[in-house]
Design a protein around this ligand. Sequence first.
Ligand SMILES: NC(=O)c1ccc[n+]([C@@H]2O[C@H](COP(=O)([O-])OP(=O)(O)OC[C@H]3O[C@@H](n4cnc5c(N)ncnc54)[C@H](O)[C@@H]3O)[C@@H](O)[C@H]2O)c1
Length: 353
Amino acid sequence: MPVQSFVYNSAPQRVVFGAGSLQHLAREIDALGARRALVLCTPEQRPQAERIADMLGAHAAGVFDRAVMHVPIETAREARDVAQRLGADCAVAIGGGSTTGLGKAIALDSGLPILAIPTTYAGSEMTPIYGITEAGMKKTGKDFKVLPRTVIYDPELSMTLPVGMSVTSGINAIAHAAEGLYATDANPVMDLMAEEGIAALGRALPAIRASAQDAAARSDALYGAWLCGTVLGNVGMALHHKLCHTLGGSFNLPHAETHTIVLPHALAYNAAAAPEAMARIAKALGKDNAAQAVFDLARDNGAPVALRDIGMKEADLDVACAHALKNQYPNPRPLERDAIRALLQDAWEGVRP
Ligand SMILES: NC(=O)c1ccc[n+]([C@@H]2O[C@H](COP(=O)([O-])OP(=O)(O)OC[C@H]3O[C@@H](n4cnc5c(N)ncnc54)[C@H](O)[C@@H]3O)[C@@H](O)[C@H]2O)c1
């Protein structure tokens, strides 16, 4: 056993988990001391948001349904204005990372408390990290003002997440836990959560592929997403998240798919430098090799495994590599240009690591 030394922070956040837990919404709004909630959603999830507004009755200020990926500053400003005009004293974000992100942009400016109701596995609801895109550049930051105060995880609301998105979103969650296991500021509590979160998603995703309406699998996946999101919110991420941020931001690649494709290769890159983390990831997935286990989980469940299949051009790989190397950041293996370029090539071609 190694001699342990670590710092552990725990954030004040309330989590209400379980099938049907949306029924506690009014109680939870009340517990926040709020009286007028602005419900946020994407245009596609407007029916779910309206259901929530109906449940809140007089305590609903309105529905703002223009959340989109990467939180454009214009949308954030519009939502802030609407919240102010309607006298909202809290934001209810129902949806994935894009909708939670919009809530965070409002909270950053106004301090409005957020109640998040996640319907994907991205994990933004458990982090104090926000991102806002201005003039084509996504700026991210960390501020505890934007951490949702309450999170209602109701797996019934994730039943409508298409199987393909469920698989990629689940692997997006696994990525948080996997990098958490080799973070420089890792701690044993987050390690436990990471391993348990990966195992839950590793079990749940094939079951969801077999049946999107499998209530136990949906519950397991959302439980895993909570754990993995908590890891993302508590410890620093490394090469994998940096590469995905670059690919998503500069080449407009879809978020969850990009994570799904890059993760096996980032793990292979770091394997020799982080053997204990790799052993825990592999064990959680019931396999011997972490990178191959993640690749197989994606491929065997119908997810894309090649960047070329989601719109990345081979000619852009050099630029992507240069972006990823612009700033130094902690990573188990030093950042080596040729090896990272080779990693990107492998991810582009979709070879099994
Ligand atoms: N700040 C953070 O800590 C953090 C963490 C993870 C992701 N993110 C950000 O979140 C964004 C990605 O989030 P995402 O992957 O959850 O996707 P998303 O929020 O963009 O959702 C994708 C699509 O799926 C729809 N959808 C969501 N849940 C559904 C459901 N249950 N049924 C049917 N449709 C549903 C949405 O309406 C949307 O059209 C990115 O911008 C990413 O940067 C931020």
